[in-house]
Design a protein around this ligand. Sequence first.
Ligand SMILES: Nc1ncnc2c1ncn2[C@@H]1O[C@H](COP(=O)(O)OP(=O)(O)OP(=O)(O)O)[C@@H](O)[C@H]1O
Ligand SMILES: [Mg+2]
Length: 234
Amino acid sequence: MQPLLKAENIVSYIGPYTILHDVSLEVTPGEAVVILGRNGAGKTTFLKTIMGLVHTRSGILEFDGETLVDKETHVIQRKGIGYVPEDYGIFDLLTVEENMRIAMWKEDAETKARCDWVLDLFPDLKLAYKRFAKTLSGGQRQMLSVGRALVNDNRILLVDEPSKGLAPVIIQTLAGALKEISRTTTVLLVEQNFAMACAVGQRFYIINEGKTVESGTMADLIQNKELQAVHLGI
Ligand SMILES: Nc1ncnc2c1ncn2[C@@H]1O[C@H](COP(=O)(O)OP(=O)(O)OP(=O)(O)O)[C@@H](O)[C@H]1O
Ligand SMILES: [Mg+2]
């Protein structure tokens, strides 16, 4: 099957700094793929490179057979790439409802149905629907950030370390929700929380110092304690 997302030997840079040196990865439609790696490995930079927020110097970066290199972020997003950034990217002075509506490409019946689905997936958001986003807890903000990326008819969801800074019980809730999402949406998840990665991912890639160094099935990684110790600090 043709990959939905394909990166080959990606080199990308921020200002004078080359951050990614050689990242390669493929995601086929329907898959849930996890990117693992230590702090500062380049995971966030890779997702930002896909979204056109970080510049690609060389390599192939394609979505559904079309290049993403040198495309503007809004164009990339409109191809059907939902992005949940590391810092949530929600608007504090808007309500939960407004945050969801501002993200919508259309206000048709399908979008409304997806929005209802998000609120069923995250009952907390339904309860807080009319509240300002600034009043939400960290976990609820993460739910809003994920939920907002689901209101459009996206073909892949990129999620950057949703577990960061959250309590274990909230991480479990989010892992369950992401697992549910992955039943109908292709997912590329960046995670350092191994339990979350295992709950959601089918395959993995490990990025280290801006390079893809390992890949395989999640089942293989669970068996491979040495790999976990070297690259994940488990
Ligand atoms: N704006 C920037 N200017 C200079 N260097 C940067 C910038 N953003 C990130 N870097 C560097 O790029 C490297 C990769 O950072 P990145 O945020 O992609 O790592 P990460 O794998 O997402 O880490 P974490 O798990 O801590 O989120 C780090 O060494 C970081 O210091
Ligand atoms: Mg990061």
